[in-house]
Design a protein around this ligand. Sequence first.
Ligand SMILES: C[S@@+](CC[C@H](N)C(=O)[O-])C[C@H]1O[C@@H](n2cnc3c(N)ncnc32)[C@H](O)[C@@H]1O
Length: 386
Amino acid sequence: MGRTLRHRKRIGKRLARSALSDELKDLFKWLKMKVINHNLRPTMFHDTGRGLMTKRPIYPGDIIIAIPKPFLITMDTVLKSEVGSLLKRSHLKLNLQQAMTIFLIIESEKQEESVWWPYIKVLPETFDTPAFWKPSDLCLFSKNLYKKIFAALKDLQTFYDEIILFLSSCKEIKITFNEFRWAWYCINSRSIYYDCDSSPYIADTNKNIALAPFLDLLNHSTTAEVEAAFNKNNNCFEIKTYNSFRKYDQVFISYGAHSNTHLLMEYGFILPDNPHDVYELDYDEIVRVAQNLNLQYIDRKKRIIEENNINRKSWKLIFKDDQISVTNQKAVEQMGHILLQQELLELRNVFVKFPSKDKSRLTPHQNLALDLLKIEENILQQSIKL
Ligand SMILES: C[S@@+](CC[C@H](N)C(=O)[O-])C[C@H]1O[C@@H](n2cnc3c(N)ncnc32)[C@H](O)[C@@H]1O
């Protein structure tokens, strides 16, 4: 497997120079461009990296891209492959992302012998999600984000361990953690929502995913409005835009109303003016402040929350038009103020951990952490003023 990764590294270097490399031309040929929109051209953009540029104006309501079903990597594709045979023989169940990860690694090892090679060879060789960061750079995140990232890394290790256990009876397939991590993030950052029927061989969680070659070259913007769905009439996965694009503009889609922490953790980038940005407060911290303030019935409330297992879900406190007593209103305001001040103080302590104050001396990951920290500081400052 190591040979494939080295080969992919060489490919990656070539892609950095030209987006329309031989690999992308092969992808075009393989997809038989006449069946999909050929007005989109892979291009390197200075702010977003590789993306798709339109060669003609696009209007609201236009279908920007349509990928025929045979070119999608779906649950069906995986079940019909040798991974499917393994799944059918095993008493262990994997989720679709785990099964697809094994599929992608096996196909990438086959190189030209795989029908998916024209697609696989244009996939990025690495990602900027925290799973690829040097451990020493992970301490450059705010405490809450660090906690979230640490939990996600633990989950990632569990998904890998489950794959290793699944493959333990199959001597021919060996997957290293680095290969797993590469394939996992290819799927994580590029998959589309695709409705799949349940299968007795695949766990039901997270089963509605598929990979869509070429379509997955589209970058994300918070202003993009799209509708994406499988069209049974032409057997294509299509994206319709509600935006307009001029000739030679980059065409964007929306990956969802994601905050910057979500974008960083799942896709490895952040956006400076992200209207969906939030600063997430930690549940344990909220409870601690409430207990210190001796809020009414706090221990009973805590027990109800924990017994019903809602402490790990995301909460939104809505004050507007809510009926709330004057005492509670005051207590909530006081608690909010203490929490925000406390978070701001802790966050400011992280700035001193950066190896330099000069951005030009920081690595790209350190710069990403610094930008995110400044965004979080700004959210906290603005919230304190409210
Ligand atoms: C579905 S792929 C899009 C195509 C990708 N740029 C490529 O060259 O293959 C998602 C990845 O593109 C990048 N990306 C998407 N939107 C971006 C944006 N607005 N700014 C910077 N990077 C972006 C991130 O690396 C993300 O993980």
